[in-house]
Every structure is written in C-alpha cells, then in structure tokens.
Design a protein around this ligand. Structure first.
Ligand code: F6R
Length: 588
C-alpha cells in the first residue's frame, strides 16, 4: 500500500503542494517518502519516515512532480526501496500503490536481459519494462496483482498512470491537474475529481490535457466525477470522524489485500515448518492473542494439527520449559514491536525453536527476529483499538492452517483455491453489508449509552470473538465488558442476568452447540435479561453478514461488535482513537 500525489502545471509550481498532498495521504503508509520532478532531467529525492518529517525533500519548483508515501509489503522499508524507483538509464521514475504478484518471475527475466535491479521491491519491474519500450497498456497485461502506478519520463511533461485495482483520482485546479490516491487529499487543490476506472491508463499533462484509455487503447468517453467536499480537519481520516471507524470500513479491502500480500512460497514454507514441528505454540497479546485463539480451530479443522495458544506475557514463565529443537513458535503481533512477544521470541530462539512471525509491519522487530515472516498487509492501522488487523490476521492464519493441510495431504489445491475465492467473495459482501450493520450498531449503542457493564457470550470458535468484542467495548467505549463462554454463563455469571444488564450473545455456528444455545437463551428469557443477539439471522438485533464457510464466521461476527463498541464510544463522546493511558504498541 502507499499514497500517490502528483501535479502537472502550466507554470512552475512549488514542491510544497506535493508535501501537502502526501501529508494527507500519510494514513496509507509512511515508512518512507519520495518525490521525482522534471528539471532538465529527472530529479529524485527520498528519505525514511513520513512526508512532514522530511520537508527538505520538497524544496523545488517544477511543472511536473510525482510524490509517494510508502507502506512496505514487498521489500524492506529502506531508502533504496522508497519510491520513486528509476530504470537503468534514470529516464523513467515510477511510484506504485498495491502489489504485483508475478514480480519475481519478471525480476529474474529482466535481470537475465541485463537490467540492473537495485531494490528488492515489486515496483522496480515497472521502470525496467518501460525502459524496454513497453507502454502503459502493456503493463496492464504484463502485471498480475492489485495496483495503481504512476510515472514520469524525462523530456515528456506528463504524469502517466495505470489503474489496476487501487484507487486513483484526477482533479483539475486553476493552473494544474492533480493525480492522487484519494479524493480528500485534493481538498483545496480541486473542486471536482474524475475517478480513474479500473483497468485503464492515461496521463495528465503540463499543457492541461487529461486522457484516459481502456486496456485495448480506446479512449474512455464516460468518466465519473465526484465533488471534493472534505473538511480540512478530517482529511487524514478520509472523511470519517475517527480512524477506528475508517479502519472498520476498510476491513473488506484489507482482507482482499491480505490474500495478495501473503506470498504463496512463504505460506508453503511456513506450512511445511509447522507440519514438521514436534510441538507448536501460538503467542501474542490482546487482540493478537484472540486471533491466535480463533486460529487454533483453523489449525485443527484445516491443518489437522493441535497447537497451544499462550499469552506472550505468560509464555516465558509457563511454556518455555517445553521449548527445544523441533518447536515452532508462531508469533502474532500486528505492530511487530510488542515487548512481550519479542522477549518470548528471543528466549524461544535461544532454545532452538523456529519462529514464524505474523505481522502488519515489515521491518518491525518481529519481522527481523523471525526465521520466516508473513506480512498481513492490512495497511497502516492508526486507531489504538485494533480492528482491521484482527480480521486480516485471521485470514493470514486461516491460509497458513490451510497450507499445513495442503502439506499434510488433507486439502487439495482445488480446495485451497476455493478458500481463496470464498475469502474474496465474503469480503465483497461484507463491504456491501457494512452500512446496514453500522446502522443497527448505532441504534443499539443508544440503548447501551448509560450501561456500566456487559457480558459478551459465545462458544467454540466464536468464544475468542466474544473476548475480542469485550476488549473493544473496554477500549473504545470504556464500558466494562467480560467475555464469557456460553456454557459457563450458567455457572455463576448468570447471577447478574436481570433487568437492564446487557448480554450480547454471538450465536455459535457449530451445530453441536445448538442445544446449549437454546437452553441458555430460554434461561435468559425467563430472567427477562436484555439480550442482544449477534448472528446471521434476519431476526438478530445485530445481523452479521453470511459467511460462506464456518472459518469466516468469526470475521462476520466481530465486525458488528467492533461497530457497536465504536458507536457506544461515539455516543459517550470519548477519545476513541487514543483511549486514555493506552498505546498502540506496548514496547516496555
Ligand atoms: C487491542 C489492542 C491491544 C493489542 C496488544 C498487542 O485493540 O490494541 O490489545 O492487541 O497490545 O499488540 P500487537 O498485536 O501490536 O502485538
């Protein structure tokens, strides 16, 4: 992932416009930043960190400039890997947002034809293909993946672009045309913007031309325009009042990205490592621990293996004795910086364990310490309450478990392909359902506004989801909530189930739990408790989207709970994105 912001102007323009655009796109990633502008030749400047920490990069004037802010998914976050990336001659500079799946084959064939590749990115194949005389339309057929790219060439006062699945918009200002990754970043630069259609390419020029072509080269006649109407205060949040809400709405897109971000060869390798393990542990904290708990069911049902889930804070004291050669530790941390995880990983390594890291941050300590790491590629998550990284971690662990199953011969390649298809079709239907889920969550949030406590109840694979829902209510809504196993409710906690005490029940998907579910529900009804049902039934107070397979039900069930926690926090006027006394990563 990354953010693109470019201009093409009739008269020279200050580079600070690119700085401003990239600052607004920082939410798309910010491990490094770079800009190319046309002078007599192409000038490229790059640095580590976000745009606003590198204002010096933008002290230039030019008629044509192209900037990028990066979230690394292929290739470590380094200055060399920062965009723009040049071809061998330095005459083409390219930026990209997204991933190219077939980049390894392309890189080796380019190298065998004598190209000098100096980064470890997938983006680098583009400048070299262009150097060989390929055009933007050829890129659409040569590259597989989900991406948008933009480039400038020396001696050509245009910014070229190719859109194959990642958003691009074009705004027309007084003297300039702008190309950007989202509408809000154009606020103040243009009043209206054209949405670049998927599977198209084109250019904006310093002389004021805007051209868009379909993959077959024919001009696109009908282009959709949208008004740029965002308030300056909400720019980084793409119009949402909080990052948490924005990140929940990004879940479907993030799930799709996770399937592209995880490379087949590393999934296979990790699957083989786990299959061959004498003993396997999953470690993590908080939300990542809950993801690990859900995945124990995946490893059992898809991979046919049992795996122990231990809090990374407890691991050194209670599990380390059983760690030795032949042990595999699957370490899960969205930030990759959580000290409990890093400490446990280092101790396990000293005892000869192999570490498979699952993280959202390439270049993090966990990625560095792991023998193999799997980047979940959910995109930057800025709200302290983790949401889209939870669901993307679930998909990453689901695919890993399926690869264990593949190695074990439990699952065929066709069944694995079906799993990928189900994840993609589910993420599309989740995107459609999100506004309706949000509306239902808002309504219930009004009822919970003054509640002090709640239970979140479920069993089986959705019990960890109940724990996660309770954690979100604590963090975002500052409402004391406890996750309880459905069967355990009758063994004590039921004492509070009366009157207005909210009991949020995620209906288990497992058929075997049906009898238990009806028994507990009739007891709750008899006590006239305030039950809020979460399930895919149309009768449910919080209707979850239909999951095409049981493994996806935890994701379907958690989205309504995340939205509920957000909406209660919103009703209460809380600082949802940064709850008091909490940090995004606990590194001490
Ligand atoms: C939950 C939350 C924390 C983290 C935990 C682990 O919303 O933010 O519970 O999940 O501190 O963080 P990572 O996954 O970065 O290791």
């Amino acid at each position: 992932m990354g953010g693109i912001f470019a201009f093409a102007c009739r008269s020279p323009r200050d580079g600070s416009a690119i700085l401003e655009g990239l600052r607004r796109l920082t939410y798309r990633g910010y491990d490094s930043v770079g800009v190319a502008f046309l002078d007599d030749k192409i000038e490229v400047k790059k640095a580590m960190g976000p745009a606003d920490r590198n204002p010096g990069l933008f002290s230039f004037t030019s008629r044509v400039a192209l900037g990028h802010t990066r979230y690394a998914t292929r290739g470590w976050p380094t200055v060399e890997n920062a965009h723009p990336i040049l071809d061998c001659t330095g005459r083409v500079a390219v930026v990209m947002d997204g991933v190219i799946d077939n980049y390894e084959q392309l890189r080796s064939s380019l190298a065998s034809r004598g190209h000098r590749l100096v980064t470890t990115t997938d983006t680098e194949v583009i400048p070299h293909l262009l150097e060989e005389g390929k055009g933007p339309g050829d890129l659409l057929s040569a590259l597989r993946g989900t991406f948008s790219a933009a480039y400038v060439r020396s001696g050509d006062e245009k910014v070229w672009f190719v859109q194959d699945g990642q958003p691009l918009v074009i705004g027309r200002g007084q003297d300039c045309l702008y190309l950007a990754s989202d509408l809000p970043s154009l606020y103040g630069f243009a009043d209206e913007a054209v949405i670049v259609p998927e599977g198209s390419y084109g250019y904006i020029s310093a002389s004021g031309e805007l051209s868009v072509f379909s993959a077959d080269g024919s001009p696109v006649q009908q282009l959709t325009s949208k008004r740029v109407k965002y308030e300056p205060g909400s720019l980084d949040k793409a119009g949402y009042p909080h990052y948490m809400l924005k990140e929940i709405y990004e879940i479907p897109e993030a799930l799709e990205r996770t399937t592209h971000s995880l490379m087949d060869k590393y999934l296979r390798l990790s699957g083989m490592i786990l299959y061959g393990a004498r003993r396997a542990f999953i470690i993590g904290n908080g939300t990542s621990l809950h993801a690990g708990m859900v995945s124990a069911y995946y490893f059992s049902s898809l991979g046919g293996m049992s795996i122990d889930v231990v809090s990374a804070a407890e691991f050194p004291y209670y599990a380390l004795d059983s760690v030795g050669t032949g042990t595999v530790v699957l370490a899960v941390s969205q930030s990759g910086e959580t000290s409990d995880v890093i400490r446990s990983v280092k101790m396990a390594k000293q005892r000869g364990a192999v570490i498979v890291g699952v993280t959202n941050v390439l270049g993090s300590r966990l990625a560095l310490e792991s023998n193999v790491y799997l980047p979940i590629g959910a995109g930057p998550e800025l709200a302290v309450p983790a949401t889209k990284t939870f669901t993307s971690t679930l998909v990453a662990l689901m695919l890993l478990a399926a690869h264990v199953g593949l190695t074990a011969g439990r699952l065929s390649q066709a069944e694995l392909n079906e799993l990928y298809n189900d994840i993609r079709s589910f993420s599309r239907s989740l995107a459609e359902d999100m506004p309706a889920i949000d509306a239902a969550a808002s309504k219930i949030a009004g009822e919970l506004r003054d509640s002090r406590d709640a239970y979140v109840v479920s069993s089986g694979i959705t019990y960890p989801v109940a724990l996660e829902g309770a954690l979100k209510l604590k963090e975002a809504a500052m409402l004391h909530a406890e996750g309880v196993q459905l069967g355990e409710l009758r063994h004590g906690p039921m004492v509070l189930a009366r009157g207005n005490y909210p009991i949020i029940v995620i209906k288990p998907r497992e058929e075997a739990a049906e009898e238990l579910y009806s028994r507990v529900m009739s007891e709750l009804r008899a006590r006239e408790a305030k039950v809020i049902e979460v399930s895919d039934s149309t009768q449910a107070a919080l209707q979850a989207p239909r999951a095409p397979r049981p493994e996806l039900y935890p994701i379907a069930a958690v989205a309504p709970l995340q939205l509920l926690a957000y909406r209660v926090g919103f009703e209460r006027g809380l600082p949802i994105d940064s709850p008091p006394g909490l940090a995004k990563a606990i590194t001490t």
